[in-house]
Write a protein that binds this ligand. Structure first.
Ligand code: G3I
Length: 444
């Protein structure tokens, strides 16, 4: 066996061992304490042992040295916490290990062959969760919708059914069944669930308007968050705790009903209540038009920095990414700088609601779809390049059903067409996950 083949064999063995040891633990949404600590130790010693015996030991050692500090701290953090304090530890560790493995394989010019190459397999190898916003009515009504969703995605977000109005339409009367259907589907199909959303100024029940004085609203907010997060404790991996609380021009907080009644402290309160109801859940702030460095994302950056320094349990930020193609390329450096500054605070970042409208484009259909593909690919490539950008969610997946049609007029913003055929955008996303790197797709 030549050098290259021997190295490839070691890479393959390494991948198999890391996967076998680490993945079963990390795949659990509530981490299994000491077990993860033991796994971390095992993987760490495996890495060093493997470094010592590799054919290209010097190259490998160089790679590992670069990564050593981060790897050690990722595992130590988990171990020091006596296991996995929150899902954020699992996300950080898993993302790190997946990227490490991919980088090592790439550094050796090796390749990993995948026999199933749907988005969920490819994204998993890239260390990124890939999800879609789903509607339980469509899961029940259309087999093709359900089959495509579970085949392609390893995460889901309920598009509407966990919002305050739909899920608690009358005080204390809960309509859990539609959301339960999605959570059950996710459990059966090995998909992570991101809950959406606990506190938002839209899709509220009418009775909200009659909750005065402020103490009354405050107690309803407490009951809402505690009951909802408690109901899904251990089954919902992450929550968009507060949604779209910042003014469009970034000048301050949006004067919502919550802000006007409760003052700015309602945001910290919401995170604390969610954390108390499920201490493992990954807790996120989610907003739109804050994807790039601009006045709104500057404000959000300052806000989460303050929340962190006040000890508020916030773990990440969701950047929605509802974009309309207009002939301009994606400003990748600005997107990367924005994501990185949040990651540098110790947060994780996810692209939370991506769609790419093409209704404003001129030209023939092929060129419109090509531009859409490029935008998807460019955004995912940035996420892929930053350890800490852990998940991407599309706001739907088939052009047959998108909020954009009813809000802005007919469009084709998603990865699959009306007949559930993959569009060029789908292949752009897949290529970005592959990162034209060490993975080969064996499937047709
Ligand atoms: O369920 C009722 C139905 O019973 C009724 O007959 C029908 C009549 O219009 O309305 C149905 O509810 C609609 C619901 O979508 C489900 O289809 C609401 O009117 C409609 O307003 C609602 O729109 C949702 C919108 O949020 C509400 O603001 C969209 O589907 C959903 O995609 C959109 O998602 C938001 C994210 O939550 C936050 N970020 C922006 C994103 C896009 O606006």
């Amino acid at each position: 066996m030549g050098d290259a083949a021997a190295t490839q064999a070691r890479v393959d063995a390494f991948l198999a061992e890391v996967t076998a040891r680490l993945r079963p633990t990390l795949d659990k949404s509530a981490c299994a304490g000491a077990k993860l600590g033991a796994t971390g130790t095992a993987v760490r010693s495996l890495l060093w042992k493997w470094a010592g015996s590799a054919t290209h030991a010097s190259q490998l050692t160089a790679q590992l040295t670069i990564r050593r500090k981060a790897l050690t701290s990722a595992f130590s953090k988990v171990e020091d916490a006596g296991g996995c304090a929150t899902n954020v530890d699992a996300v950080r560790t898993q993302v790190f290990v997946d990227r490490l493995v991919a980088d090592i394989v790439a550094a050796f010019g090796g390749s990993v062959a995948l026999s199933a190459c749907e988005l969920r397999q490819v994204a998993q190898v890239a260390g990124i969760a890939v999800g879609a916003a789903l509607a339980p009515t469509l899961i029940a009504a259309e087999p093709l919708y359900a089959d495509t969703a579970v085949r392609e995605f390893n995460a889901l977000t309920p598009e509407n059914v966990m919002k305050w109005g739909p899920i608690e339409p009358t005080p204390g009367v809960w309509n859990f069944a539609p959301a339960d259907a999605l959570v059950d589907l996710a459990a059966a199909q090995g998909m992570q669930v991101k809950g959406h959303t606990l506190v938002w100024h839209s899709q509220l029940p009418n009775y909200i308007n009659f909750l005065t004085p402020p103490a009354m609203l405050r107690s309803f907010m407490e009951e809402h968050i505690s009951t909802l997060v408690g109901h899904y404790r251990g089954r919902v991996f992450a929550w968009d705790v507060v949604n779209e609380a910042v003014a469009d021009d970034g000048s301050g907080l949006r004067p919502t009903y919550f802000f006007n009644q409760l003052g700015p402290g309602y945001i910290a309160d919401a995170f604390r209540l969610a954390h108390a109801a499920d201490p493992h859940a990954l807790l996120l702030y989610n907003d739109y038009n804050a994807e790039f460095v601009n006045s709104k994302s500057d404000y959000i950056y300052g806000m989460v920095q303050q929340l962190l320094s006040d000890g508020v349990p916030i773990h990440g930020v969701g950047l929605q990414m509802h974009v309309t193609a207009n002939g301009s390329p994606v400003n990748q450096p600005s997107l990367a700088a924005n994501i990185q500054r949040f990651v540098n605070l110790g947060l994780v970042v996810n692209i939370s609601e991506m769609d790419v409208g093409i209704r404003a484009l001129m030209g023939d259909q092929a060129s419109k779809l090509a531009e859409q593909r490029q935008i998807y690919q460019d955004v995912i490539a940035v996420c892929r390049s930053i350890v800490g950008c852990h998940a991407v969610t599309f706001w739907g997946f088939t052009d047959k059903y998108s909020w954009i049609d009813s809000t802005f007029g007919p469009d084709e913003p998603l990865l699959f067409d009306d007949a559930y055929n993959a569009k060029p955008a789908y292949f752009g996303v897949r290529e970005a996950f592959f990162n034209s790197g060490p993975f080969i797709c064996l499937a047709p």
